[in-house]
Write a protein that binds this ligand. Structure first.
Ligand code: ADP
Ligand code: ASP
Ligand code: MG
Length: 469
C-alpha cells in the first residue's frame, strides 16, 4: 500500500488537481492500493488564520473578503473538473456550507473578542475539509472510485489543539477500521491532511505544514510500503532553492538527515514526518507533482551513498542569549540552573555553545522568547549578579542558525575547518558554533544579514551544486 500526500501547490487550482488525478490514476493502473492525503489549496490556511485573528481584533471585513475568495477558488476548481451536473451541484452545496461554517465561527470570534487555540484549530483546518471532497470528486469524474474521508475520524490526538500529538494505538485502530474496507474494494480514500480530533471528537490540527505528518501517521497505521510526499520541487534539495539557485535534488537521505534538515527549517518536510516511519522502516519519497517522471528523494533508514555534507538549511528569527562572568568557571550546576530557568520560561533552545574557558554559556532561542528568558535568568542568578560573579545576561537579536547536515561528516576530519575558512575568506562572522553528538549536523549562529550569503558560500565550498561528494 502507498500513501500519497499532495501539498498546497499541488492542489492549487483545477489544472494542478487534474495533474494530481493523473498521478493517482497511473499508480492505480499498476493495481496498487492507495490512500491519498491532501492539503488545503496554497495560501488558504494562511487566509483562514489571518481572518480569524482579524476577527478577534474586531475586524469583520477580513473574513467577509475571505469568504468570497474561498467560495470563488473552490467553486471555480470544482466547475472545471466535474461535468456531471448533479455531482457538481452537490459539491458546490458542500463548499458553500463549509464556508458558511467558517463565517459563523469568525462571527463568534468577533463577538467574543478572543480567539482560543481550540477555535483556531477548527477554523484553520477548514481548508483541508474544503479540498478533500473536490479532489475525490475529480477522481470519480475521471473514472476512479474515490471517497473523501475526514481525518477527524481517523487520527486521534491529545488536546494540544494547535499542535496536537497523535495516540498511535488508537489511531491505528480507527484508521484500519475505516480505510481498509475502502482500499480493499479498490477505492481511493482521499483524507484531509493537517486535521485530527481528540478522543471526544473535538477538532485539532497537527501544526503548520502538518499534512506531511498526517501522511506518515496514516502510513504507519496502515503499515504502508511507502509514503510519497508530492510537492512542487524535485525532492529534498541541497539548499532552499529560493536562496541558492544551483541547489540540486538529493537522491537519498537518511531519516536522521531528513529530520535534522526539517527541524532546522527546510520547509519541504514537516519535522515530525519521519517519526512514525522510523519504527517500521517505511521509506518516504519526496516527489515533484509537476515532474512526475523524476524519481525525487528517497528517505531511508540507512544511506548507501555516503557523502559528507549533504545539505544546508537555515532557521531565522532567533536571538543569542549569553550568560557570562568569572563566577561561572568551575562552579558545578551553573548550566543546569541556566537551563532550568530557560525551561521555566517555556522557551525552545535550538543550539547551545559553551566556551572551553567556561566563562560563558550561550544559547539560541526564538526571538520572541528572548526577553522572558533573560528575565527568568536574572531572577535565577540574582544572588550571583549582586556578588558580580555573573556580569551579565545579554541578548543579541537578529540571529539565524545555519545547519550543515550529513551523516558522512561523522568521523571525517576537517569539515569544521573547511566551513570556517569558507566563511572567513568571505568575511562572514560566525557568532557561535555547535555540533550535535550524533555528528550529523554542525550548527552555526550567524548575523541575520549574513544568512543568505553564508549559505551560498558553504554550498559552493562543499561543491553541493556540482557533483556531490
Ligand atoms: P507543500 O505545499 O507541497 O507542502 P511546501 O511549500 O510546504 O510544499 O514545501 C516545499 C517548498 O519547500 C519548496 O517549494 C521550497 O521552496 C521549500 N524548501 C526549503 N528548503 C528546501 C529544501 N532543502 N529542499 C526542497 N525544498 C525546500
Ligand atoms: N494546510 C496546512 C498548512 O498550511 C497544512 C499543510 O499544508 O501541510 O499549514
Ligand atoms: Mg508543506
Amino acid at each position: 500500500m502507498q500513501v500519497l500526500k499532495f501539498g498546497g501547490t499541488s492542489v492549487n487550482d483545477a489544472k494542478c488537481i487534474s495533474q494530481v488525478v493523473s498521478i493517482v490514476a497511473d499508480q492505480r493502473r499498476a493495481d496498487r492500493e492507495i490512500v491519498v492525503v491532501t492539503s488545503a489549496m496554497r495560501g488558504v490556511t494562511d487566509l483562514l488564520i489571518n481572518s480569524a485573528n482579524a476577527a478577534a481584533r474586531g475586524d469583520r471585513q477580513a473574513y467577509r473578503d475571505a469568504r468570497q475568495a474561498l467560495i470563488g477558488r473552490h467553486r471555480d476548481a470544482a466547475e472545471a473538473l466535474i461535468s456531471d451536473l448533479d455531482d457538481l451541484a452537490q459539491l458546490q452545496a458542500l463548499t458553500d456550507e463549509r464556508v458558511r461554517e467558517f463565517e459563523r465561527l469568525c462571527m463568534a470570534v468577533a463577538i467574543l473578542g478572543e480567539l482560543t487555540d481550540r477555535g483556531l484549530a477548527v477554523i484553520s483546518g477548514l481548508g483541508e475539509r474544503l479540498m478533500a471532497p473536490i479532489l475525490a470528486a475529480a477522481m470519480r469524474a475521471r473514472g476512479l472510485d474515490a471517497e473523501a474521508v475526514d481525518a477527524g475520524e481517523l487520527i486521534v490526538t491529545d488536546d494540544n489543539y494547535a499542535s496536537a500529538a497523535p495516540d498511535m494505538d488508537a489511531t491505528g485502530e480507527t484508521t484500519r477500521a475505516r480505510l481498509l474496507p475502502l482500499v480493499r474494494k479498490g477505492a481511493v480514500p482521499v483524507v484531509t491532511g493537517f486535521v485530527a480530533a481528540t478522543p471526544s471528537g473535538v477538532p485539532t490540527v497537527l501544526g503548520r505544514g502538518g499534512s506531511d505528518y498526517s501522511a506518515a501517521i496514516l502510513g504507519a497505521a496502515l503499515e504502508a510500503d511507502e509514503i510519497q510526499i508530492w510537492t512542487d520541487v524535485d525532492g529534498v534539495l541541497t539548499a532552499d532553492p529560493r536562496i541558492v539557485k544551483g541547489a540540486r535534488p538529493l537522491a537519498e537521505l537518511t531519516y536522521g538527515e531528513a529530520a535534522e534538515l526539517a527541524y532546522f527549517g527546510a520547509k519541504v518536510l514537516h519535522p515530525k514526518t519521519m517519526l512514525p516511519a522510523i519504527d517500521l522502516g517505511i521509506p518516504i519519497s519526496v516527489r515533484n507533482t509537476f515532474n512526475p517522471g523524476f524519481p525525487g528523494t528517497r528517505v531511508v533508514p540507512k544511506s548507501s551513498n555516503g557523502g559528507t555534507v549533504k545539505a544546508l538549511t537555515v532557521i531565522r528569527g532567533l536571538a543569542l542569549v549569553t550568560v557570562a562572568g568569572r563566577g561561572m568557571m568551575g562552579v558545578p550546576g551553573i548550566a543546569a540552573r541556566t537551563f532550568a530557568a530557560v525551561a521555566q520560561g517555556g522557551a525552545n533552545v535550538l543550539m547551545i555553545s559553551q566556551a572551553s574557558s567556561e566563562q560563558s554559556i550561550c544559547f539560541v532561542v526564538p526571538e520572541a522568547d528572548a526577553g522572558p528568558v533573560c528575565n527568568a535568568l536574572e531572577a535565577a542568578f540574582g544572588e550571583e549578579i549582586k556578588r558580580r560573579l555573573i556580569d551579565r545576561v545579554t541578548i543579541e537579536p537578529d540571529v539565524v542558525i545555519v545547519a550543515v547536515v550529513g551523516e558522512g561528516m561523522r568521523g571525517t576530519p576537517g569539515i569544521a575547518a573547511r566551513l570556517f575558512s569558507a566563511l572567513g575568506e568571505k568575511r562572514v562572522n560566525v557568532i557561535a558554533v555547535a555540533q550535535g553528538s550524533s555528528e550529523t549536523n554542525i550548527s552555526l549562529a550567524l548575523d541575520a544579514k549574513d544568512a543568505d550569503a553564508g549559505i551560498r558560500y558553504i554550498h559552493d565550498a562543499f561543491g553541493l551544486g556540482g557533483k556531490l561528494e
